[in-house]
Design a protein around this ligand. Structure first.
Ligand code: DX5
Ligand code: ZN
Length: 218
């Protein structure tokens, strides 16, 4: 299973967003993680379709869009049209998660489902064979720069076990508080798509990406 780095642009300098995405791209990051917040599902508001559209032209890397919004089915088409390749929504925010997955697949995009730290892994069970990726949050969603909640590594292990029991090789993404210093425990637990915001965009972007990729070691 391929390990992937998905730098979260939430920690980028938005006055140079295009250039910073290019730096992450050139250093070898495979995905670009784009956090969309609605001020309802999470307290903060980040950015939406126009921003995604405007940076779609600067890279051909996979746009990994993480929707932290209520009732995400309403906006699937808009994010597809903006250039999303993977659309991940929160189980807690959807009235009918299967309908959201079907809507994403209808447009030929990859569907991810996410759970917050307080949601039990078992809540994912009925969706495991429908999705392309599972996002296990390692902080409370809403802000960059938080500290990783250590128990979340255990949840990753549980989800990997649930997938293996069904003979599924689905990607597991982890997001929040991840740095080169603590990423190994998540890889060992079974995660293979690594999001990092502060760990990539604070400081030397190219250097940070390369250090992560050394550890991810494909
Ligand atoms: C948090 C977002 C994360 C965030 C990660 O709600 O989903 O993607 O940008 O940032 P760091 O790596 O700084 O915790
Ligand atoms: Zn995210």
């Amino acid at each position: 299973m391929m390990n992937i780095l998905s730098p979260s642009i939430l920690s980028a300098d938005f006055s140079k967003l295009g250039e910073q995405i290019k730096e992450a791209d050139q250093a070898g990051a495979q995905y670009i993680h784009i956090d969309v917040m609605d001020g309802m599902f999470v307290p903060s508001i980040s950015y939406g379709m126009p921003v995604i559209k405007s940076v779609r032209g600067v890279t051909s890397k996979t746009f990994d869009v993480h929707l932290m919004i209520m009732d995400p089915i309403r906006y699937v088409k808009d994010f597809v049209d903006s250039g999303a390749d993977i659309i991940t929504f929160h189980l807690e925010a959807a009235q009918d998660p299967k309908a959201v997955i079907d809507e994403i697949h209808k447009y030929g995009k990859k569907a991810g489902i996410s759970i917050k730290p307080g949601t039990d892994a078992s809540a994912l069970d009925e969706y495991l064979d429908m999705v392309d990726m599972i996002l296990v949050m390692t902080v409370e969603p809403g802000f960059g720069g938080q500290k990783l909640i250590p128990e979340c590594a255990h949840k990753v292990r549980t989800v990997r076990g649930m997938l293996e029991a069904k003979k599924l090789k689905t990607d597991i993404e982890v997001d929040g508080g991840i740095y080169v210093e603590n990423v190994s425990q998540l890889l060992e637990a079974g995660a293979n798509v690594i999001v990092s915001g502060s760990g990539v965009f604070k400081g030397d972007i190219q250097y940070n990406v390369k250090r992560f990729l050394d550890i991810l070691g494909n």
